[in-house]
Design a protein around this ligand. Structure first.
Ligand code: KG4
Ligand code: ZN
Length: 355
């Protein structure tokens, strides 16, 4: 088989990413522009601002990835682009850019599902055969799915409200961990993990979540709300000043982290039981754990214990591939290229839209 080369473009949220990946899983060139600092300053992602930043950066990012790869448009096999799910205004920037490139070059377009791309990224660096379970736990997502093939997914559960990363970030902000030099430059989640190291995970009880529901869906707003109320109560009890930090912040962080782990662990256990019952994952049981929250060592250790109970092995892709980037889109394009029915010809580009 000849080597194929795919350009991947990602603009579904707040990262403008592009990369060229070949069918032997080599990353030939990549470029990423993160808007995080702007959105942190503004207190959240404002869709028209995200769109404007994508517009401003996309040409530079794509050209940089192509230049690093020393690849011309002519040499590409196809152009892969995220068209679902995500912020509509952001998705449109990448999609229309990719359509123009496709028209200009005559190269076919491959529309990519952002979550599917996250789920398959592991196969770029490791030998993981279908079917496997994927568990995405990040600032943007929380989902559990059975991956049966490149384009065959069974969604087992997703978050009904916010993401676990959001809960970590909001609780870290409420704990004022950002005011502390030792935690200042970390993400909310990482600062909680760090503060929790000396803490007792059983110091504060956290409620069990959705135990009465026989599904794999998640909810994190209850845990977050409980955490915020507890902080308020503890701060009042201990007379903590407005910009002060709880003296027992380590215990609090350890308990909160344990609360999050418990709900993740219960859902993973349900998913493994479901697969066992249905006869999925019979040959080799693999759970792929990915996303920013998955880099938490306490969470990872807890989930790997759950996997061990079911003779499943836990695989975590390298953290730099777990976040949004062009590489995962290009790689998903490479995998889809093998079944050419996913290709959209240049005379049919109008049929592709954001979903
Ligand atoms: O996958 P990711 O880098 O990007 C998005 O989803 O956008 O996830 C970022 C999230 C943030 O909410 C951050 O607080 C959380 O992952 N995170 C962590 C840790 N490191 C990052 N949460 C818990 N423990 C960590 N060590
Ligand atoms: Zn993502």
């Amino acid at each position: 088989a000849t080597l194929s080369l795919v350009l991947g473009i990602e603009t579904s949220c707040d990262d403008t990413g592009a990369a060229v990946v070949d069918s032997k899983a080599n990353i030939l060139g990549e470029s990423l522009n993160s808007q995080t600092s702007t959105h942190v300053e503004l207190g959240g992602i404002i869709p028209p601002i995200a769109r404007d930043l994508h517009r401003k950066n996309i040409d530079k990012v794509v050209k940089e990835a192509m230049e690093k790869a020393s690849v011309t448009l002519e040499e590409l096999s196809a152009i892969a682009v995220t068209n679902r799910p995500g912020l509509p205004l952001s998705l449109l920037v990448g999609l229309s850019y990719a359509k123009n490139l496709s028209k200009e070059s005559g190269k076919p377009l491959i529309p990519i599902h952002h979550m599917e791309a996250h789920a398959l990224t592991v196969r770029l660096t490791e030998r993981v055969e279908f079917p496997f379970l994927v568990f995405l736990v990040s600032g943007g997502h929380c989902l559990l799915a059975l991956v049966e093939g490149v384009s065959k997914f069974l969604l087992l559960g997703h978050s009904l409200d916010e993401s676990p990363g959001d809960a970590f970030d909001k609780v870290a902000r409420r704990l004022k961990l950002k005011n502390r030099a030792e935690f200042g430059s970390m993400s909310g989640g990482a600062s909680i993990e760090c503060a929790a190291r000396q803490g007792d995970p059983t110091a504060f009880p956290f409620p069990a979540v959705r135990t009465g529901y026989r599904d794999c869906n998640f909810s994190f707003s209850g845990i977050k709300f409980h955490a915020q109320k507890l902080i308020e109560k503890e701060e009042a009890r201990q007379g903590v000043e407005a910009d002060g930090i709880l003296p027992n912040v380590a215990d609090f962080c350890a308990s909160f982290q344990y609360g999050i782990l418990q709900t993740l662990a219960r859902r993973l256990q349900r998913a493994l039981l479901f697969c066992e019952l249905k006869g999925y994952l019979q040959e080799s049981k693999t759970v792929v754990l990915s996303g920013g929250v998955a880099s938490n060592h306490f969470v990872r250790a807890g989930l790997s214990r759950v996997c061990a109970m079911y003779d499943a092995s836990l695989v975590c892709p390298p953290p730099r591939l777990c976040t949004d980037n062009g590489v995962m889109i290009a790689w998903n394009g490479v995998e889809k290229l093998k079944s050419s029915k996913c290709l959209v010809a240049t005379n049919d580009l109008d049929s592709v839209d954001i979903i």
